[in-house]
Every structure is written in structure tokens, then in C-alpha cells.
Design a binder for this molecule. Structure first.
Ligand code: PFF
Length: 443
């Protein structure tokens, strides 16, 4: 149960509440959401089941799992690729987690009171371009992750995930109701529910695919590592379905908070990474402006819960890399954790400053932060997912797959067949087509 909760904790994070709305906003709304849901069904769920299978059967971390299941082959590179991906995501993810900390401080000091939409935009821009604050907060967040990884209080995290996730969910539901009832919110609801397929292009498919892997923590062996602690009789397909459902519901709820509010106060849905930070304070101040105490309490609670949701995700990424260095290079756990914290912290500082002093430093026209986000979510994770599907569908002994998918032989044979067909053909071909489409092969 602890491992399943930890896996859900890894999945639910900034990817749902920060990244999903901004990708939806950039990609035109409802049509993106439909493609995203299809990606979850055809790529996300099967690859999650595949990662669970690999982890539970090998009972090892992601890098070692392939050496156990396919000794002497090059498949170990899939595990290593995952470790590298986790390392790169951790570097810039903590920057956004640091922004959440700033908003915890702002909420506590009542900084949103008497402000209007344009003020929130200025507030965000002046904060992210500050020459030291975002880097310091990012470092604090990285250190918090480090302490948990080294002190081994994972049990506490699992227990708090059990309480905090439902509270976060209820709060999101409440905020969605507040947002939907703001005057002028209906345009935002239309944006979420009325698909405009004329806006769908190759980029939209790639964004939806990337968001699927990102949000479900797939393609980098994180769930594989957690599954190595699952009980032998845990039903992997059911667990995957529960985690994917919770994760998608949180993301869609976040959409129902952000877009009605954004349209109500005149913020462009394609504002990018700043979207939730410039939109949400409006919900608190507009819905509860007359009762400032409630506005403060709600925003404080929201940003604390969001920071904790981010923490359960950063822990999962840090753990994958730390465990790899610890087991493969014989580093002590403490030394391994310090290497990860220091190197990722350095990447994080550079990314944190890429909205200000380092904003002129670009790679292919993208700031460092955007480049890390693009490369990890849209290239590295789907590539990892592609090879995980091929490995499980084609190379893993089918007796192993059958025994893992249905330890008590309760899985319907049709569902088993469907999972195999998707892992063998649909997921690899689909991911490859999205990549080729992006490269212009089909246009
Ligand atoms: N799934 C996390 C989120 O939605 O915030 C982010 C993440 C965690 C991505 C762990 C990848 C990963 F391995």
C-alpha cells in the first residue's frame, strides 16, 4: 500500500496542476485534452503496466532491472536513459517548486490582498527575474528533498500522501466551483469543452504525448523502481488504472480552475509556465475579496499542498538517481544523494536564473528552463516509453508477463491480449508516428 501511494504521489504533482493547464492553453484547449486522454489510454496505461511488470518481476531499481531480466544485452541502456532523464527533470522541476514556496510566503504575508489581474502578472515577472530569490527557493526545495532521501522518512511521506492527496483533491474541487462561478467564466468552460480541431497540428500531438508521460511519471523507470516494492499479489493493471484515473482527474480539475478564471480576468490561456501563478491569485481575491481571512487561508493551504505534491514527485526522481549511483557505483547512499543534490542543484540554479539574468542565454531559441522542459518531456520520456513498450511486448518472456499481469489468473483473457497488442504494436508505432509527424514526415 505504501509503495502504491508513493507511486500515486510521484504521479500527482506540478505536472498536473502547473504543466497540464499551460500545455492545454498553448495547444488550444478541448481538442488537446481529447488527444491527451487518448494518449493516456493507448500509451500511458500500457507503459505504466509495463514498468510495473519490469519492476516487480526484477525486484530491482530501473538500471539493474534490465540486467536481471535481459542479462548481457544492451537493454540496460533503457534503465540508464531513465536515470539520466530523471536527473534532468529534477534540475528544472525544483525551480517551479521554488516558485510555489514563494507563493506560500506571499499567501502568508497577505501579498495578494487588494490586487488585480495586472498586478499578479507584474508580481510574477518581477519575482522570476529577481537575480537571487528563485535560485535560493529552488535550493531550499532541493535540500528538503535531499533531507527526506537521506533520512529515510519515506514512510512519513506515504502516510501524508494518504491524507494530503484527498485534501488537495477536495480543495481543487472547491476552487473549480469558485472559478466556474466567476462572472465571465463561461468562455473558459467553452475553451475546455468545445474542441476546435482546426488548431491541431503535429506540435499538439507531441505536447499531448509528452504531457502523458510527464504527468504519469513514465518513461524514466520511476514507477518501475516503486513497483519493485509492490506485493506479489498486487493487481498491476488495476493499480495502473487507479493511478492514471486519479492523475487525470487532478489535471482536468486544475483545468477547470485555471481557464474559467483566466478568461474571467482577461489572461491569455497561452501565457506559458506563468499561467497558474498569474491566474490563481485572482480566484482567491475575486471569489473571497470580501472575506480576506478566507482568501488568505485558502491560498495558503493551496500552495502548501501544491508544494507537498511537488515534494512527493521530486523525491521519486531523486530516489531513482540516488539508488542508481548507490547500487551501480558503490557510493554510500549519503554520498550518492549529495552528488545528485549538488549537480541537479547547479542545473536548477541556472534554470531558475533563465527568467532573469540568464534570459539571453538560449539553445535553439529556448531559454535553459524551456530547453530542459522541452527535451525531457517531449523527447526523453517518450523515447524511454517507446523502448519500455518494445522490451515488454517483444523481449520479455510471455510467461513472466502473464504471471505478473495476472498473478491470481483473474485478468480477463481479452484484456490480457489487448495489453500485449498495445505494447507490441500500438504504443511503439503510435509514439514513432508522433515523432515522425513532428519532423514533418506526414505533412
Ligand atoms: N509526474 C510528476 C508530475 O506530474 O508532477 C513529474 C514527474 C515525476 C515526472 C517523476 C517524471 C518522474 F519520473
Amino acid at each position: 500500500m505504501g509503495a502504491i501511494l508513493a507511486a500515486a504521489g510521484s504521479a500527482v504533482g506540478l505536472g498536473n496542476i502547473w504543466r497540464f493547464p499551460y500545455e492545454t492553453g498553448n495547444s488550444g484547449g478541448a481538442a488537446f485534452i481529447l488527444i491527451y486522454i487518448a494518449c493516456i489510454l493507448f500509451f500511458g496505461l500500457p507503459v505504466m503496466i509495463a514498468e510495473f511488470t519490469i519492476g516487480r518481476h526484477s525486484r530491482a531499481n530501473t538500471a539493474r532491472a534490465y540486467q536481471i531480466l535481459a542479462p548481457g544485452t544492451q537493454w540496460r541502456w533503457v534503465g540508464r536513459w531513465g536515470v539520466l532523464t530523471g536527473f534532468c527533470i529534477l534540475g528544472y522541476y525544483t525551480v517551479v517548486a521554488g516558485w510555489c514556496l514563494e507563493y506560500v510566503i506571499d499567501s502568508a504575508s497577505n501579498a495578494f490582498a487588494n490586487k488585480v489581474s495586472a498586478d499578479f502578472v507584474d508580481m510574477f515577472n518581477s519575482f522570476v527575474s529577481n537575480p537571487w530569490k528563485p535560485a535560493v527557493l529552488m535550493t531550499l526545495f532541493m535540500l528538503a528533498t535531499h533531507v527526506i532521501i537521506t533520512k529515510g522518512v519515506q514512510k512519513g511521506i506515504e502516510r501524508s500522501a494518504k491524507i494530503l492527496m484527498p485534501v488537495l483533491f477536495i480543495l481543487l474541487l472547491f476552487l473549480a466551483v469558485c472559478s466556474i462561478t466567476l462572472p465571465g467564466a463561461s468562455a473558459g468552460i467553452d475553451f475546455l469543452l468545445k474542441p476546435d480541431f482546426s488548431k491541431v497540428n503535429a506540435d499538439v500531438f507531441l505536447s499531448a504525448l509528452g504531457q502523458t508521460f510527464y504527468s504519469l511519471s513514465l518513461g524514466m523507470g520511476c514507477l518501475c523502481t516503486y513497483a519493485s516494492y509492490f506485493r506479489a499479489d498486487t493487481k498491476l493493471p488495476n493499480t495502473a488504472l487507479s493511478i492514471a484515473s486519479i492523475d487525470s482527474m487532478v489535471a482536468i480539475l486544475a483545468g477547470f480552475i485555471i481557464f474559467p478564471a483566466a478568461f474571467a480576468v482577461g489572461i491569455n490561456p497561452d501565457a506559458g509556465p506563468s499561467l497558474i501563478f498569474i491566474t490563481l491569485p485572482n480566484v482567491f481575491t475575486q471569489a473571497f475579496g470580501d472575506i480576506p481571512f478566507i482568501a488568505t487561508a485558502l491560498s495558503l493551504m493551496f500552495y502548501i499542498l501544491l508544494s507537498l505534491a511537488a515534494l512527493t514527485s521530486t523525491i521519486s526522481m531523486h530516489e531513482v538517481v540516488t539508488l542508481y549511483l548507490h547500487e551501480e557505483f558503490n557510493f554510500t547512499r549519503k554520498k550518492a544523494a549529495w552528488v545528485v543534490t549538488i549537480v541537479c542543484g547547479f542545473i536548477g540554479i541556472l534554470c531558475a536564473l533563465s527568467f532573469g539574468v540568464l534570459s539571453d542565454f538560449t539553445i535553439f531559441g529556448k531559454t535553459l528552463f524551456d530547453a530542459f522542459d522541452f527535451v525531457t518531456a517531449k523527447i526523453m520520456l517518450p523515447t524511454g516509453g517507446f523502448f519500455i513498450a518494445i522490451f515488454t511486448g517483444w523481449f520479455l518472456d510471455h510467461r513472466v508477463l502473464r504471471a505478473e499481469l495476472s498473478p491470481c489468473r483473474t485478468l480477463h483473457p481479452y484484456i490480457y491480449r489487448a495489453i500485449i497488442i498495445i505494447l507490441r504494436y500500438v504504443a511503439p508505432a503510435g509514439i514513432a508516428m508522433v515523432f515522425f509527424n513532428e519532423l514533418g514526415f506526414f505533412s
